[in-house]
Design a protein around this ligand. Structure first.
Ligand SMILES: Nc1ncnc2c1ncn2[C@@H]1O[C@H](COP(=O)(O)OP(=O)(O)OP(=O)(O)O)[C@@H](O)[C@H]1O
Length: 332
């Protein structure tokens, strides 16, 4: 179990992590979600004692990371797959890790097999593709057979086969009763992997909930209506007390409405409908809606303000910055 309490990190003027408190429990994959620059990596670094909190603390099975004996046997982490000694072979890289953590050398071949790198075990990690590097990083995380695993953006840059493999691996580790904490800025990916979610924006906690509750609470369902008599339809719906917003291409969107009742209303008022279709926003839309106010780095389309998903509140004035700093810093 990982317990995060009032965790705060300030870099100069920048509050990267702002009073975060949540608990990561064993037996399920917990997704750690937030837009780029929201503080996920900083939080994970503090969990692993790689960065010192300005305030607050993290306990791993009741102890700070620094107080763990042979930490690799208790917590395995993939933070930055590129941060390894590229001159060593994959096998030697893992052997060094094993030796310094009191892990038997035989375990190296086991994890190489688990991640599918046995055939290239003697090759230098320097020549590895991004996907192979991720697999080697994961092998390092698994080496000590730890009860707690943390992965920071493990699917970044992977091909569909690699993504599928990591997804299944994380699920099976959780089903073995381990604590699995995995960050991503991709809601669609998390929807397929995680059972619990911790969502942050600008370093603050936005949601700590099961995936099922997140979907229920944040997905918008509505009925899309299209009519050649749009204004009259709008009047009729408003008179009935239906909450209506304007959709794309002249459509109307009726929230929390029964499609059958809307059809009857149109009929009673002699209105022609060209479309009456129940819709539900995707989970990706729900995530973007929840985090829209907190997104720090928007892409510029060159055609006015940054795009926001349908129904989402626009970003705060002055809150839109160029896509750049954070991407450059990470080199991705
Ligand atoms: N060493 C540092 N010095 C100064 N600012 C930093 C440092 N590390 C992170 N930051 C800033 O803190 C904020 C949070 O960054 P962090 O990398 O934790 O976000 P993230 O959610 O992991 O982003 P991404 O999804 O892009 O990986 C960003 O604004 C970032 O620029």
């Amino acid at each position: 179990m990982i317990e995060v309490s009032a965790l705060t990190k300030r870099y100069g003027d920048k509050l990267a992590v702002d009073d975060l408190s949540f608990t990561v429990r064993p037996g399920v994959v917990t997704g750690f979600l937030g837009p780029n620059g929201s503080g996920k990596s900083t939080t994970m670094r503090m969990m692993l004692g790689l960065d010192k909190p300005t305030r607050g603390r993290v306990l791993i099975d009741g102890k700070p990371y620094a107080a763990l004996d042979e930490p690799l046997t208790q917590v395995g982490a993939l933070l930055d797959a590129k941060a390894m000694h590229g001159g060593r072979s994959a096998r030697n890289h893992l052997l060094c890790l094993a030796q310094s953590n009191g892990i038997p050398a035989g375990r190296v071949d086991e994890v190489l097999d688990t991640v599918g790198l046995t055939a290239v075990a003697k090759k230098r990690a320097k020549g590895f593709s991004l996907g192979m590097g991720q697999r080697l990083g994961i092998a390092g995380a698994l080496l000590g057979d730890p009860r707690i695993l943390m992965f920071d953006e493990p699917v970044n840059g992977l091909d569909p086969e690699g993504i599928h493999w990591i997804r299944n691996l994380m699920r099976s580790l959780a089903h073995q009763g381990r604590t699995v904490f995995v960050s991503s800025h991709l809601m669609s990916e998390m929807a397929l992997t995680a059972e619990h979610l911790v969502v942050i924006g600008r370093g603050k906690l936005l949601a700590d909930t099961s995936m099922a509750d997140f979907i229920r609470d944040n997905s918008r369902t509505y009925v899309r209506l299209r009519s050649p008599e749009r204004e009259r339809l709008l009047d009729v719906l408003r008179q009935e007390g239906v909450s209506v917003t304007e959709g794309a291409e002249g459509t109307l969107e009726a929230d929390h409405a029964d499609p059958a009742r809307l059809g009857e209303l149109a009929h009673e008022n002699g209105l022609v409908l060209h479309e009456l279709s129940p819709q539900s926003a995707s989970l990706e839309d729900a995530f973007m809606q929840l985090t829209a106010q907190t997104v720090e780095y928007h892409a510029h389309t060159g055609a006015g303000p940054a795009a926001v998903p349908p129904g989402a509140a626009p970003p705060p004035p002055g809150g839109v910055q160029g896509w750049g700093e954070n991407q450059d810093r990470k080199g991705n």
